[in-house]
Design a protein around this ligand. Structure first.
Ligand code: SAH
Length: 490
């Protein structure tokens, strides 16, 4: 069996700032002209969607299926049975070429271009100017799903999942809510109002919706009373460990807190993918401390925490790994204590655990080491001094944080105190991330091997551990889990 958790080669870095090919927007179509060219299946499929709008719909076709004729008879669209002309497309907002014939569709495309209308050619992503997404319709709530043509099966699966998740009467709930928005303004802007709507959509509305619109309105009245009489919420700070960087290595609690946060104060080590789990309205504050680079001062971070919590905000102070390991938790907690602000600490997966998992080895082992040291490569005074003699004892295991710059110093001290030259030393950079890199070395070669590897990103130095399988035996994985899912879905 292959040890696929162990890989040496860097994955191809993600294309920087990959650009969207299609920009999703919701287009106002009321009274605007939409022309569908074609009278068969492809045209019918598009018409089913367009008929949900109040657009002025024209179908031009040599022949039309009975369903289209029926819609025309009902006055829902205008049907013209002949070839398409430029005049047909003039003034149109959208044109669908749905002839299902490449030559005829290309002719229509040329006319649409002349007429200055946006064009979609059915089943021809390449030549279309816009595409119609898969839609979950709970009017006025609409979810549009697009995969840029990459994974239609996946789009359908997402649609099916959402159809299941969103209450069938969500549209009614939203319509009634819209009529109530003015009244809800009696609640202060921000958190109180958000809490009110969260309570409505979360519990109150689903419970009342079977009673129809009037029951929903009654519910809103009652709920507003309740919320107007609620006491002001106190601010609160959650210290959250984000884990090594993979969003799947977040705790469920971390996820939930991020989603509920008003303010997220984060380190440089917390990747964008994780920060995106916060609500769009949440305030994101980057206070990253970068070793040997400009950083936010700890005093300023402390002050920020107090300042935001005192406004009544739910603050998430999120740090890479675990917030109880080399993360200055105590300093921040003491400041909150002094200001009388409540807080909680939510642990995360620390880099040492992620690094050990990456090499498939345990940090402790019966008969080898009955203790484990977590060390820092540098501290306030510069490179950190340690109990070197203890560290050189056979079988010792230590996970050294912030140890890259200190590698030569560590090597020197350990050798000087009698460390065996063949003591294993393994570097794990970007543990638990797609670009995870492992470098297996020894005390004799650790500094030069590290130089040669030119690792970028945070790295843990594991003293006393070798990877379970020699890294060079392993092929590089070609895809991240998320990409694999898309491929599997196709
Ligand atoms: N609180 C963090 C540690 C912060 S100190 C934790 O529990 O993991 C910063 C150091 O953590 C970095 O210099 C590096 O040594 C280590 N580190 C953090 N994330 C890492 C990762 N994904 N891979 C390897 N090392 C990491």
């Amino acid at each position: 069996m292959r040890n696929n958790f162990l890989y040496t080669h860097q994955l191809k870095p993600k294309q920087k700032g990959r650009q969207m090919q299609h920009f999703p927007i919701f287009l106002a179509l009321e009274h605007r002209k939409v022309v569908v060219c074609g009278g068969d299946e492809a045209a019918i499929a598009k018409l089913r969607l367009i008929l949900k709008t109040t657009a002025d719909i024209h179908v031009i076709a040599q022949e039309a299926a009975s369903e289209i004729v029926k819609w025309a008879d009902e006055g829902r669209l205008t049907l013209t049975l002949r070839d398409v002309t430029l005049a047909d497309l003039q003034g149109a907002a959208l044109v669908y070429a749905a002839e299902e014939d490449a030559t005829r569709d290309a002719d229509i495309a040329a006319l649409a271009k002349q007429a200055g209308a946006l064009l979609n050619i059915v089943d021809n992503l390449q030549d279309s100017e816009f595409i119609t997404p898969a839609i979950v319709d709970r009017d006025p709530v609409t979810v549009a799903i697009g995969t840029e043509g990459a994974a239609p099966v996946l789009a359908r699966k997402i649609k099916a999942d959402l159809e299941e998740r969103l209450h069938p009467q969500l549209g009614m709930m939203a319509r009634v809510a819209k009529g109530f928005r003015k009244l809800a303004e009696a609640l202060p802007h921000g958190r109180p109002r958000r809490d009110f709507w969260t309570a409505y959509y979360g519990k109150a509305a689903p419970r009342a919706v079977d009673g129809g619109e009037s029951a929903l309105r009654d519910t809103l009245d009652g709920l507003l009373d309740q919320h107007l009489n609620r006491e002001k919420r106190d601010g609160f700070v959650s210290f959250v460990g984000a884990g090594p960087g993979d969003p799947e290595l977040l705790t469920l609690k971390a996820r939930k807190l991020l989603h509920e946060a008003d303010v997220v104060i984060h380190d440089a080590l917390v990747p964008q993918q994780i920060l995106e789990l916060a609500r769009r309205e949440a305030l994101l504050v980057d206070v990253g401390k970068r070793g040997f680079a400009p950083s936010t001062r700890q005093d300023d971070i402390n002050a920020l925490l107090v300042e935001h919590a005192q406004t009544g905000a739910q603050v998430v102070r999120i740090k890479g790994g675990d917030s109880v390991v080399f993360a200055r938790l105590d300093e921040e907690a003491e400041v909150l204590d002094a200001a009388g602000i409540d807080y909680a600490v939510v642990p995360g997966i620390t880099a040492a655990s992620a690094a050990a998992a990456a090499i498939g080895k345990s940090l402790t082992r019966r008969g080898r080491n009955s203790e484990l040291r977590l060390l820092t490569g540098h501290d306030v005074a510069g490179f950190a001094e340690q109990d070197w003699r203890a560290l050189t004892r056979p079988g010792q295991v230590a996970a050294i944080y912030m140890g890259k710059k200190a590698a030569r110093f560590l090597q020197g001290r350990l050798l000087m105190h009698g460390g065996a030259v063949d003591t294993p030393v393994t570097f794990v950079a970007n543990a638990g991330r797609p670009d995870q890199t492992i470098v297996a070395s020894t005390l004799a070669n650790m500094a030069s091997d590290l130089d040669d590897a030119a690792l970028s990103g945070p790295a843990i130095t594991l003293l006393g551990l070798t990877p379970r399988t020699l890294p060079q035996d392993l092929p590089a994985p070609e895809h991240t889990t998320h990409e694999l899912f898309e491929i599997a879905a196709e």
